[in-house]
Write a protein that binds this ligand. Structure first.
Ligand SMILES: [Fe+2]
Length: 265
């Protein structure tokens, strides 16, 4: 089985972490031109499962992101948080993927993007630790796609809660996937690295949206929930924002993963 890595080619991929509500969309769109000119990515992939007020995505947001030059949206446990996604998934060419290990529910778990003469395979998968969901094994499902779908580069967005599950998948796919990036916790980790067999890895890219709440939600709502068990509706925090992303750079002799952080207002 040939390894995935094609060294010294012009391939840079910008992956932006979970866009949370309107503040997340705003800081992303305000900084996209700057990110393009500074890092010159060939492809831009964004995790958008929280883009619509923290839950799912709408048709309007999808169009807005595509018009801005984003190539593909990945999702997660909130994929179906807004029912407009069912309409979006009726188009088999839609540039949205949802976790591959969901079963018997609309949507696509992976997509191959063509850039020049290269095929970039992007797979979205959901972890099983702490998610009370009936989903298939992400390890074997992702491995199977990587081994059967032709591609030059492969990016796995592993949307999961537990750092242990994410690190384990990174090692399991080391040498098979070009990059494994974690999403979902909204907290960026500082462990970006090249795994021993060459896979670029980070446990969590972090979120793009309000950082002064609790993972995007107004902190008072969440603190009260922890103290009194009173579950109020999640409200998107309106305070200062940040954008978290990684650049997956395969244009170098040794591929590199670089963390990017931008603070908004
Ligand atoms: Fe999530």
């Amino acid at each position: 089985m040939p390894l995935f890595i094609r060294k010294s080619e012009n391939m840079k991929i910008l992956f932006v972490g979970d866009i949370y509500g309107e503040p997340g969309r705003r800081i992303l769109l305000e900084n996209l031109d700057k990110l393009k000119s500074e890092y010159k990515p060939n492809l831009i992939i964004v995790n958008a499962e929280n883009a619509a007020h923290g839950r799912g995505i709408t048709k309007k947001i999808y169009k807005e992101f595509m018009s801005a030059g984003i190539h593909l949206l990945t999702m997660g446990n909130h994929t179906y948080g807004n029912r407009q996604v069912f309409d979006l998934f009726e188009d088999e060419n839609i540039n949205i993927i949802r976790p591959i290990n969901y079963q018997n529910i609309p949507g696509y778990g992976y997509k191959v993007i063509n850039f020049n003469d290269k095929k970039v395979l992007v797979i979205n998968a959901l972890g099983r630790v702490y998610f009370n969901l009936s989903i298939e094994n992400p390890f074997t499902m992702v491995e199977n796609i990587l081994k059967t779908v032709p591609h030059d580069y492969s990016i796995v967005d592993f949307h999961a809660e537990a750092t242990s599950e994410k690190v384990a998948l990174g090692h399991y796919l080391d040498g098979l996937a070009s990059a494994v990036v974690g999403t979902h916790t909204h907290i960026p980790t500082a462990d970006e690295r090249v795994l021993p067999k060459g896979t670029l890895y980070i446990t969590d890219v972090g979120m793009t949206g309000p950082y002064d709440g609790v993972i995007g939600v107004k902190k008072e709502v969440i603190i009260e929930r922890f103290i009194n068990g009173i579950s109020q509706i999640n409200e998107v925090d309106e305070g200062p924002t940040w954008l978290n992303a990684v650049l997956l750079d395969f244009s170098r002799k040794e591929p590199q993963i670089k963390r990017i952080k931008i603070f908004g207002e």
